[in-house]
Ligand binder design. Structure first.
Ligand code: PGA
Length: 254
């Protein structure tokens, strides 16, 4: 059975002290995670060790990085390798977030290299895809998302693909307060799963978690996560507020 995941994406927010307080408050607020559910915290690089330490031993709770470099090691000043993340015990890396694609020119080809190196070091990518508003308005979002998946993921074997989490994040819904309707989310998630099934078989496709991202909050999480092919969310703004994020964890399907 595929995992239901509530993933917090802090982006470039919070001081160390604010991050510590946020994690402490979330840990102290009653929430429950079944064996099939996970909470993931994608925190800024300087806070990874702190988050690992605070969340150590918490069942089904994991830390994620928000990026990594595509090379193993070497003279790449300012970059962070997957081996470094592995040595900290990090479980996930968010890859291909639209902000990285847009502001840091990350291409589908570069993301394929990052996916490969993560898998080599047993770190699971949370691979983001999703279309801008102009593409949605032209109703060509399916082809757009297909190209992103094709160029960054479809070279993987079925065994490798099982270690990927996909996050569908329509860019027009990120940080805008404008959420895709639950029907729009379900439609795209079902489309992605059908594609995975066509390439890798139904058993593999049914095992892959596909998260929705874009203005998820406590008030809409139950409805969005309730869709058949939505397996949780990647949450930005609302993940910075302890009560909101705990409600989002509690909204995951059992
Ligand atoms: P948002 O961000 O929840 O603030 O819209 C989501 C994301 O970018 O992952």
């Amino acid at each position: 059975m595929r995992k239901q995941i509530a993933a917090a994406n802090w982006k470039m927010n919070l001081t160390l002290q604010q991050g510590e307080t946020l994690l402490d408050t979330i840990i102290a607020t009653p929430h429950s995670l079944t064996d099939n559910q996970q909470a993931v915290f994608a925190v800024p690089f300087p806070y990874l060790a702190m988050a690992q330490q605070k969340l150590a031993g918490k069942k089904n709770v994991f830390v994620a990085a928000q990026n990594c470099y595509s090379k193993k090691n070497g003279a790449y000043t300012g970059e962070t390798s997957v081996e470094m993340l592995q040595s900290l015990g990090i479980r996930y890396v968010v890859l291909g977030h639209s902000e990285r694609r847009e502001y840091f020119n990350e291409s589908n080809q570069l993301l394929a290299e990052k996916v490969n190196i993560c898998l080599e070091y047993q770190i699971q990518p949370i691979f983001c895809c999703g279309e801008p508003l102009s593409i949605r308005e032209a109703n060509t979002q399916n082809a757009y998302v297909t190209k992103q998946l094709e160029e960054s993921l479809y070279h993987l074997t079925a065994e490798q693909l099982q270690h990927i989490v996909i996050a569908y994040e329509p860019i027009w819904a990120i940080g805008t307060g404008k959420t895709a309707s639950s029907a729009q989310a379900q439609e795209m998630h079902a489309f992605i799963r059908a594609q995975l099934a066509a390439r890798y078989g139904a058993a593999v496709a049914n095992n892959i978690s596909i998260l929705y991202g874009g203005s998820v909050k406590a008030a809409n999480a139950v409805e969005i996560f309730g869709q058949t092919d939505v397996d949780g969310g990647l949450v930005g703004g609302a993940s910075l507020i302890a009560d909101e994020f705990v409600s989002i964890i509690n909204a995951l399907k059992k």
